[in-house]
Design a binder for this molecule. Structure first.
Ligand code: G4P
Length: 192
């Protein structure tokens, strides 16, 4: 078992059959040993691909996306969940339905930071039902930018997001794949 798998098994806390608590290393406290393991894995996957820019959705995608953007030497754009005095016009926007949070929210990106024909790597912390990733894909479509790949820190393969994105022809690379959270136990996908 690799270090990353061991980390998730040791530090992840099963809340129920669908939700894994990762507050101690990913989405509240950010653990640098964990992040560096994740980012090294992403870097090996993406270092030879033509990527012009990374986009991620605030908040928890920002840490891994920043470290990877630094390694790949490309800009990172943080897609926002709220408009502001500054970000209000000249934006692409999309609606995202969150099953986990049972709400629909709008996401925004300034048109100046997502350009036609740019090669985009989408990065996010979790892949569950795939709705956040699809919202980010939609922004790229509106800009006529190319989605090179969708990079995910933790994919829950027992939920439908991964298949949904692959069926639509997208490349999906997940650093950690969780097959099940049943019986209060984290089961990683076989062979991962
Ligand atoms: P989807 O995008 O794949 O359809 O997922 P969904 O709407 O169900 O999940 C949206 C939010 O819930 C995301 O956070 C995601 O990180 C989080 N989430 C999904 N599954 C889990 C899980 O098993 N454990 C934890 N801890 N979070 C999960 P968000 O609202 O975008 O939060 P943040 O990025 O602002 O922190």
């Amino acid at each position: 078992m690799d270090q990353l798998s061991k980390f998730v098994l040791d530090k992840g806390i099963v809340i129920d059959e669908d939700i894994l608590k990762v507050d101690s290393f990913l989405n509240h406290q950010v653990d640098m040993e964990f992040m560096n393991l994740v980012v090294d894995k992403f870097y090996q996957e993406y270092k030879d691909k033509k990527i012009d820019k990374i986009i991620t959705l605030e908040v928890s995608g920002i840490a891994p996306a920043t470290l990877l953007a630094n390694k790949l030497n490309v800009p990172l754009v943080i897609v926002k969940k709220q408009k502001s005095l500054i970000l209000k016009d000249n934006v692409y926007s999309s609606n995202v339905k969150s099953f986990t949070k049972n709400k629909v929210y709008e996401i925004f990106i300034d048109k100046n930071y997502l350009l036609e024909n740019e090669n985009i790597l989408i990065l996010d912390d979790f892949l569950a039902n795939g709705q956040a990733a699809l919202g980010l894909v939609d922004l790229c479509k509106q800009a006529n930018a190319n989605v090179v790949s969708i990079g995910i820190v933790i994919e829950k393969t027992f939920q439908k997001g991964g298949n949904l994105l692959k069926e639509q022809g997208f490349d999906v690379f997940s650093a950690i794949k969780i097959a099940s959270l049943k019986n209060n136990k984290i089961t990683l996908l076989d062979g991962e």
